[in-house]
Design a protein around this ligand. Structure first.
Ligand SMILES: Nc1ncnc2c1ncn2[C@@H]1O[C@H](COP(=O)(O)OP(=O)(O)OP(=O)(O)O)[C@@H](O)[C@H]1O
Ligand SMILES: [Mg+2]
Length: 353
């Protein structure tokens, strides 16, 4: 069931087009992430949903009802914005109670709800503290509890974890997922961190230059990106140049070998193509097996913890990175020529840009 529908939304400032042609439907209970580089329009869309920014064009519907020009307080959206600080002079409990008092809830109902929210975010013992007496992670929990307290239909979150260190960020990611499950509230989440987006989302909308480039579940976008931008933005990737073989319409020639690959009918013999392959899909060593075989020279071998990264140079002079699980201790040395294999299913072909 579609809860939120964004139709042909655009926002222009004097000279800047911040958003253009935005279409996005969000199902009730979904966790949708807006992912994209800095300046791609993520915050502008979130602010338009919250009602703090007026779109130049287009419609926002909640349950089919046009809310494009409704005041923020009439939308029943909760928000956790980066830099949207807690009230410093209010205790944790009063920060959470704030939106309930504004909505004129009765005292007993407010007390019960605050206790429920404190327990939901695991801060039962800290109700009386002031924000400055809390760690960054605890402050962020209060901000989330405050945003959820009045029971919003949708929670809007703009980079809520970006100020936290890596460990805490990962803990809070799990917390947010749990809150999403337990409350059933629809989440629209903004991040520029692709790993965070992959780990948390039901669907990701990838932004670039004010447009949604692709929308889909993380797995689909990672495995079958339709665009060069998404293939490069979501996870590490190698891009190599190739072309359609002159003598066989199903064959591609690239990195010193040839192989059959899914080609679009409009690609003609000799057409230049971009081939992509993820570092984890390049296998090294003489082990026999099927797949696309080719030779490359080791440029560099670096140990980075769980994996070893081998930088290779192909016979066509291009570089590609292969990652190997480092328990398979590798003896690859710079200058060494190695046999490489790629499962054809792991190869992507895009028209050259
Ligand atoms: N009030 C404003 N006036 C003029 N231009 C603005 C305004 N707000 C945003 N912009 C511009 O709109 C574009 C989109 O900005 P937005 O804040 O939505 O990006 P973002 O994707 O959230 O980036 P980040 O990841 O850095 O937060 C940028 O080019 C920005 O400079
Ligand atoms: Mg932003």
């Amino acid at each position: 069931m579609t809860l939120l529908a964004i139709e042909d939304l655009a926002k222009t400032y004097d000279k800047v087009t911040a958003l253009t042609g935005i279409n996005l439907s969000v199902e009730a209970g979904e966790f949708v992430t807006l992912l994209g580089p800095s300046g791609s329009g993520k915050t502008t869309l979130l602010m338009s949903l919250a009602g703090f920014t007026t779109p130049s064009k287009g419609t926002i519907r909640l349950d089919g009802k046009d809310i494009t020009h409704l005041d923020p307080e009439d939308r029943d959206f909760g928000f956790v914005f980066q830099g949207y600080a807690l009230f410093p002079h209010l205790s944790v409990a009063n920060n959470i109670a704030f939106s309930l008092k504004v909505r004129k809830w009765e005292k007993a109902r407010i007390d019960a709800r605050v206790a429920e929210m404190l327990s939901l975010v695991g801060l039962d013992n800290l109700a009386g503290r002031k924000p400055r007496e809390l760690s960054g992670g605890q402050q962020q929990r209060v901000a989330i509890a405050r945003a959820l307290a009045f029971g919003p239909r949708i929670l809007l979150l703009d980079e809520p974890l970006s100020a936290l260190d890596r460990m805490l960020r990962e803990t809070m990611q799990k917390e947010l997922k749990r809150l999403h499950r337990e409350t059933g509230v629809t989440f629209v989440y903004v991040t520029h961190d692709q790993e965070e987006a992959i780990a948390m989302s039901d669907r990701i909308a990838v932004f670039n230059h004010g447009r949604i480039v692709e929308i889909g579940p993380p797995r689909d976008l990672y495995k079958k990106p339709a665009t060069h931008f998404v293939a490069g933005f979501l996870g590490e990737n190698n891009f190599l140049s190739g072309h359609r073989a002159d003598d066989d319409e199903t064959m591609v020639e690239a990195f010193g070998t040839r192989f059959s690959a899914p080609l679009q009918p409009r690609e003609r013999p000799g057409d230049v193509l971009t081939i992509w392959v993820r570092p984890e899909h390049i296998r090294l060593g003489p082990a026999p097996g099927d797949g696309i075989g080719f030779r490359a020279t080791v440029v560099e071998n670096s140990f980075v913890g769980a994996v070893e990264r081998i930088l290779l140079r192909t016979s066509t002079g291009e570089q590609m990175v292969a990652t190997l699980r480092s328990e398979a201790h590798s003896e690859y040395k710079p200058g060494q020529v190695v046999e490489c294999r790629i499962d054809p299913a792991a190869i992507g072909v895009l028209p050259s840009e």
